[in-house]
Design a protein around this ligand. Structure first.
Ligand code: CO
Length: 154
């Protein structure tokens, strides 16, 4: 993680003392009620490259990965009784953006820095291996403009 003053190509907007933490947008996750229809929407209608559905029983979801030139979209459908997105789909039956994932260089340093600001880290606060087998944490949507945020150590 870069914590000191770093050169920032947006210096004209943000000044020269950008203390950056989050990096690339890793993915946007969209919960969908019908995975086949959603995959077809992205491949046929939008003309994107989509994967076959991938069951991730440990995470309670089946995922279709949509590859874009600069990031990924993950179409999520509940898998199993305990799916973490079941409640979201019950509240949003047509589907909707579930979370966005930003990359960080050092997830422990990022967590500690966020907690020091009073931001709430979900669960027990310890990084878990996420869908890409990399350590992830989730941040409370009420602390981040109403958006559930996943941090992934890149
Ligand atoms: Co995610």
């Amino acid at each position: 993680m870069r914590v000191g003053p770093v050169r920032c190509n947006m210096a004209r907007f943000f000044g020269t003392d950008c203390k950056t933490m989050i990096g690339r947008l890793n993915h946007v996750a969209i919960a969908v009620p019908d995975l086949t229809a959603a995959a077809s929407l992205y491949s046929a209608t939008l003309g994107a490259k989509v994967s076959a559905p991938v069951a991730q029983p440990k995470h309670g979801v089946t995922v279709v990965f949509v590859e874009l030139p600069n990031t990924k979209i993950e179409l999520l459908h509940p898998l199993g009784e305990e799916s973490p997105i079941a409640g979201f789909l019950a509240r949003n039956p047509a589907g909707g953006i579930h979370h966005i994932c930003y990359e960080v260089d050092d997830i422990i340093a990022a967590r500690d820095r966020l907690k020091a600001t009073g931001a709430r880290v979900l669960g027990d606060g310890e990084p878990k291996l996420g869908a890409h087998e990399k350590p992830v944490l989730f941040l409370h949507p009420k602390d981040f403009c109403g958006t559930l945020i996943e941090l992934e150590q890149a």
